[in-house]
Design a protein around this ligand. Structure first.
Ligand SMILES: C[S@@+](CC[C@H](N)C(=O)[O-])C[C@H]1O[C@@H](n2cnc3c(N)ncnc32)[C@H](O)[C@@H]1O
Length: 312
């Protein structure tokens, strides 16, 4: 549900994924679709799901680039839709559209697309994954597997049977910033566990989100990486602690990015031991199959007398 489709440089193209039809619903019985009051359809856990577990893996109906040019996109989607089996067309058209009057087809893509590459403009829309609602404290996260052409949904914390499965649509920021983004792009007022905290709790969360944004930007500053690498690694440590606090021990995909930044900082200064460790942590965090391992590492460099490779 990445709404960052506003860069017109890439000509619009649509790629139909082979093998996607009405029967492509995976057979992992970990979830079911349910109507959720005030939220439309939702995915709900049918059984307890363990942190790190693959919940579902699915091919998109098609992938699409450049949603900025909606007129062209409308035409292209309608042409591609006609090539799909009737039942698949019906599935696509039944997805939620937050922009129904102006954009009957591209509105569905804008409301439902998840990025499926490092290019934020390339998005995929899914029969089942597109039913997952948002939370600012999600219990799952999406991860594109380019080798298989599947979007995978992993649990980032334990999920109890009956609990709604959620991912984060937002790109961070304070609760006000997130609310605006979710209202404009998706048409709802977020009342997740974070957004419905009391004013004091919300204020603390907002402060942490500001720290996360500030440190994220500071760590990516090339001049600072060059001249103050130790400070940058110190920022990585503070960012890790803040993420842990804000996301209640499960920072999900943020962790992969943080370790990737730490890898780049280390490699820029020929600290190859740290670089190798951070690269591996980033890789394993991104694969999302290793949350237990990551938790152990956290203890390792946070505990007294830790001997593992840390940021400092
Ligand atoms: C990708 S769809 C998710 C599935 C959707 N509920 C459906 O019925 O198909 C995104 C839309 O779901 C709804 N939605 C998602 N998260 C929500 C939330 N936390 N609260 C209320 N509505 C939400 C909004 O209407 C949003 O535009």
């Amino acid at each position: 549900m990445n709404n960052q489709f506003n860069k017109p440089e890439i000509p619009p193209t649509i790629q139909v994924m082979p093998g996607t039809d009405a029967t492509s619903e995976p057979n992992l019985p970990l979830y079911e679709k349910q109507l959720m009051p005030g939220k439309g359809q939702a995915l709900v856990a049918r059984s307890n799901i363990t942190k790190g577990q693959l919940i579902l893996s699915e091919k998109p109906f098609f992938t699409t680039t450049n949603l900025a040019n909606t007129a062209i996109m409308e035409k292209q989607i309608s042409i591609e839709l006609q090539k799909l089996p009737k039942e698949t067309q019906r599935q696509f058209l039944s997805l939620h559209n937050n922009f129904p009057r102006k954009h009957p087809f591209s509105g569905i893509v804008r409301t439902n697309a998840l990025p499926c590459s490092s290019e934020p403009q390339i998005g995929g829309v899914y029969p089942t994954i597109s039913r997952i609602n948002h939370s600012c404290l999600p219990n799952a996260h999406s991860s594109w597997d380019s080798a298989s052409g599947h979007e995978n949904i992993y649990a980032v914390r334990s999920i109890r049977a009956g609990e709604e499965i959620t991912i984060a649509y937002d790109h961070g920021g304070t609760s006000d910033e997130r609310r605006r983004y979710l209202k404009d792009g998706f048409g709802f007022d977020c009342d997740c566990v974070i957004c419905s905290r009391n004013p004091e709790g919300l204020k603390r969360s907002d402060e942490r989100r500001r720290i996360i944004q500030r440190l994220d930007a500071a760590i990516g500053n090339a001049a600072r990486v060059m001249y103050h690498p130790k400070d940058c690694l110190g920022d990585c440590q503070v960012l890790l602690q803040t993420l842990e606090e804000e996301y209640e021990g499960s920072p999900g995909a943020y962790l992969a990015r943080l370790y990737y930044d730490a890898f780049q900082i280390s490699v820029a200064h020929f600290d190859l031991a740290r670089a190798a460790t951070f690269a591996e942590r980033s890789y394993r965090a991104r694969r999302a199959a290793c949350w237990f391992w990551v938790d152990e590492e956290m203890e390792e460099f946070e505990g007294p007398g830790a001997e593992g490779v840390g940021f400092g």
